[in-house]
Design a protein around this ligand. Sequence first.
Ligand code: UD1
Ligand code: MG
Length: 410
Amino acid sequence: LAVLTRATNDPLAISTYLAVLTGLLTWRLIPAVADRFVAAGLSGKDVNKAHQPIIPESLGIIAATLYLICLFLFIPFPFRQWFPAEPAVLSLRTFPFQRLGEFLAALLCLQSMVFLGFADDVFDIRWRYKLVMPTVASIPLLMGYYLSDGITYVVLPIPLRPILGRILDIGILYYVYIAMLAIFCTNSINILAGINGVEAGQSLVIALSVAANDLLYVNGPDRPAAEVHLFSLYFILPFIAVTTALLWHNWYPARVFVGDTYCYFAGMTFAVVGIIGHFSKTLLLFFIPQIFNFIYSAPQLFRLVPCPRHRMPRLNPATGRLEPSDASLATATPTGLAVVRTLARFRLVRVATDDAGTPLRVSNLTLLNLLLVHCGPLPENHLAALVVALQVFGSVAAFTVRYQLVTFLY
Ligand code: UD1
Ligand code: MG
C-alpha cells in the first residue's frame, strides 16, 4: 500500500505505467477488431501490392480512443497533491484551475479532431473542409491557452532587435498562428502518406523527439518551464505507446491502415503539446520533412499543376519496386508548366516530354516520389525506412539548431 501511495504521488510514473498498459491494449485490440472494420465498410486497397489486397482502414480510431481513455483516467493525478487526505476538502484557494482548464481543453480539442478525422474516413470530406476542421477543433485550446498563460509576445532574434526590440507582442496574431499550427500539423502528416508505415513511422519519430526535448526540462531549475514540459510529457507518452502499437500492425506488409483519423489525431497531439509546452518553434523544427513536403507539394495543392486524387508512388509489378507516380500536364496552365520546367532544371522532378520537348507528364510533387526520382526504384519497405531515417536526421538537425546554433540568434 505504501508503494502504491508513493507511486500515486508521482504523476509522471503513473503516466508512464498507464501509457505502457494502453500501448499493450492497443497492440492486442487492433488485430482483434480489424475484421469488423472491413465488415463495416472501412477498408481500402493496398495499391502497391501485386494483388492489391483489401486492408482494414482507420484503425487509428482504436489507438486514438484508447489514448483518450488513458488520458481521461489520468486527469486526477497531476492534481493529486491538492486532494488532502483529511479533512476531505479540496484546498480550493491554491488549486491550479487554469492548468486543469488547459488540460481539459486540450482533451476536448483532441477528441473533436479524432471525431472529425473519423468522419473524414467514413465520408471522404472535401479538402477545403479538411482545412477548416482543425481550426474549429483548436478553439478550446486557444481558450485554455488564454486562461493559463495567454502569452502573446515573441522573443525576437538578435538581428531584428535594433529595429523591433527584444520582445514583440503580436497580440491576436499569436492566436491566428496557433490555429494555423493546428492546420499545418494535421494536414502535413496526412499528405506525407500512401505507403505502409509512413504515417505512424514519422509520427513516432516526432513524438520521441518531443519527449526527449521535454526530458531536458522536467528536472531543470526553471520551474515554470519544468511544469509545462511535464504536462507535455503526460500527453506525449501515451501517444508514443499507441503509435508504436499501431505501427507494429501498419508496417510493411500492412495488416491495417491508420486512416485519416490517425493523421489528424497525431497532428493535433503535436499542436497541443507544442502549445501547452510553449515550444511551438522547436516543434516546427521536428517537422522539417513535412515542411519540405508541403512546400514542394504546393503547386499541386493549389492546383497550379494538376493534382490526381492519389499521388503515392506506383508499383512496377515486373520488378516489385516502387517508382514515382506522375500527373498528366494536358490541362496545366502556362504558370504550371513554368513551375514544372523550373523544378526540372533543379532536378526536383522527372518529366516525360514529347519529341518536340513539350512536357507531357510530371512526377507527383511529394517527398516520396522525389526520393524515388533520385534513389529509386525501391521496395516499399525500403522507401518507408528511408523516410523514417530522414525524419530522425531532421530531429538531430533540429536539436543542433535549437541548442547549438540558436545561441547566435537569441
Ligand atoms: C493523401 C494524399 C494522397 C495520397 C493519400 C495516401 C495529398 C494531397 N493527398 O490523401 O495523394 O495518395 O494521402 O494515403 O497529398 N494506401 C495504400 N497504402 C498505404 C496507405 C494508404 O495503398 O500504406 C491507400 C489505400 O487505398 C487507402 C488510401 O490510400 O485506402 C487512403 O487514402 P486517404 O487517406 O483517404 O487519402 P487522403 O488523405 O485524402
Ligand atoms: Mg490520408
